[in-house]
Design a binder for this molecule. Structure first.
Ligand SMILES: Cc1cc2nc3c(=O)[nH]c(=O)nc-3n(C[C@H](O)[C@H](O)[C@H](O)COP(=O)(O)O)c2cc1C
Length: 470
């Protein structure tokens, strides 16, 4: 099926943009609520199967796994607040390819500690196993803390991460394209298995990689599995706009989201690309109810469950740069002033470091807590936890659709707070309303993930080995 054949089958009203949907498996983030009685395993294969099948029944474009390579720590001890324990991404996706038929399978893998050859081979393998449903969220993992897992440790300056990432993705793509269309001959009469002895040849010499050889796998169904990128800095945006098919980003307010999307699409156009071939896919959380009031109540309950007293203290420690374990989460904000740098370098590890003026930030929060009579924990719930979409099924369908139709996003990667059933209600109640509007197709019309996402189905294939010596 070509990309051109996809559109008539969708019966999308003229001018209406398609809402792309990803299903984020919970864990590796602060939104998962492991303590809820309805929360199941994050490791049993049955949990992955449950959510993948829910997503596929409701015609999500893809299933998505984030990656956390190191557990968060406080002062050298595992920070026992998060959902921890995550099986290997590629093994999970490969297993899911056997129990799903149409759903894209997207995994997060870092370009900082891996090698292009192994990632190219792993993803080409997944693409073969799944019949063209593989995707890769290419991230750049800045911290030396995570790097300590690996031989090279934290070997890259922050500024060099995207330089390596760009070269990494370029090499991976050249390996994916190293076999031409007709290279696998399997001609028993002529006693030839491959076209000639050069098939799969690659050679690349650059600043970060110096590799050559013969790639061991013929071209996969998509030729190039779908590549997403996550990392919102200027360098991250430049990398994503040039090299990615989609951007996984944080949800923002409507105006800011539109500006972000316009910025990325503008950068893609400036790089000579069709901006429609760069999908903006923010992470989105949600709380659904039978009435607006019930949804708001549910949203508030989930936010409180996401922010335990210990989580609230740990959140503030990143701003105070002090160990706050002696403070009562149900009491007022700590009466000490924030420090410009952490008092102990091991205080918080594996978490994003705030880039704001911490003194001004804490002052603002003190004023807010005083004005609203908030305890320390109430304040953290108020400022840190907020669902992107809250409402009835009809209201959430409208909120999602409005954002896509007004150019604030091309779709969403939906992040439930529970595993494995956290997506069920939204999939069953909201997606059919998007389908009624013609914003989500009734069924899968493409064969591959690329086709279902409206990306060029077959990127130009070179029938001769790529040799690049930048
Ligand atoms: C929405 C989003 C999701 C991300 N998911 C992951 C992830 O699963 N694993 C990971 O190691 N890094 C992840 N990152 C981190 C980025 O790869 C990047 O290292 C980080 O955002 C800092 O990059 P920056 O300097 O461009 O902001 C994510 C970033 C964003 C914005």
């Amino acid at each position: 099926m070509s990309a051109g054949a996809e559109r008539p089958a969708e019966r999308r009203p003229p001018g209406r943009r398609q809402v792309r949907l990803g299903a984020h498996f919970p864990g590796v983030n602060a939104t998962s609520v492991w303590s809820d009685p309805a929360s199941g395993s994050h490791i049993d294969f049955s949990s992955f199967v449950h959510m993948a099948r829910t997503a596929e029944r409701s015609r999500f474009d893809f299933f998505f796994l984030a990656e956390g390579l190191r557990l968060r720590e406080k002062k050298g001890r595992i920070h026992d607040l998060d959902v921890v324990g995550r099986p290997d991404t590629l093994a999970v996706l490969a297993a899911l390819s056997a129990v799903t038929e149409h759903l894209g399978l997207v995994g997060t893998l870092t370009t900082t500690y891996n090698e292009p050859y192994e990632v190219a081979r792993q993803l080409a393998t997944l693409d073969h196993l799944s019949g063209g449903r593989a995707g890769w969220n290419a991230v750049t993992s800045p911290d030396a803390f995570t790097g300590a897992n690996f031989r090279r440790g934290g070997f890259l300056d922050r500024a060099d991460r995207y330089d390596r990432a760009a070269e990494f993705v370029t090499v991976v793509r050249s390996l994916w394209r190293s076999w031409g269309v007709d290279d696998l001959v399997a001609d028993t009469d002529g006693a030839r298995f491959v076209r000639d002895v050069e098939v799969g040849a690659f050679s690349h010499r650059g600043r970060h990689f110096d590799v050559e050889g013969h790639f061991p796998l013929p071209r996969s169904p998509q030729v190039e599995p779908v590549v997403l990128q996550a990392g919102d800095s200027d360098a991250g945006r430049a990398f994503g706009a040039t090299h990615a098919d989609g951007i996984f980003t944080l949800a923002r307010g409507l105006d800011e989201a539109r500006a972000f999307s316009a910025d990325l699409k503008g950068r893609a156009a400036a790089a000579g690309r069709d901006p429609d071939h760069l999908l903006i896919l923010p992470a989105a959380t949600f709380a659904l109810g039978d009435t607006t009031e019930e949804a708001e109540r549910h949203a508030a309950e989930v936010r409180r469950a996401q922010v335990s007293g210990a989580t609230a203290l740990q959140f503030l420690e990143r701003f105070y740069n002090r160990d706050l374990s002696g403070y009562d989460p149900d009491g007022p904000l700590p009466d000490v002033e924030p420090l410009p740098e952490p008092e102990d370098p091991l205080l918080v590890q594996g978490q994003v470091v705030p880039t704001v003026d911490v003194v001004a930030q804490v002052r603002e929060w003190r004023e807010l807590a005083a004005a609203k009579g908030l305890s320390l924990r109430d304040l953290v719930v108020e400022v840190s936890a907020r669902q992107t979409f809250v409402g009835t099924a009809a209201e959430i369908a409208e909120q999602i659709d409005h954002r896509v139709q007004t150019g604030a996003a091309d779709g969403f990667i939906l992040v439930p707070h529970l595993s494995p059933g956290g997506l069920d209600e939204l999939a069953e109640r909201v997606v059919p309303l998007l389908q009624e509007r013609g914003s989500v197709p009734a069924s899968y019309t493409g064969r591959t993930l690329r086709e279902n996402l409206g990306l060029p189905a077959e990127p130009p294939v070179r029938s001769h080995p790529v040799r690049s010596h930048p």
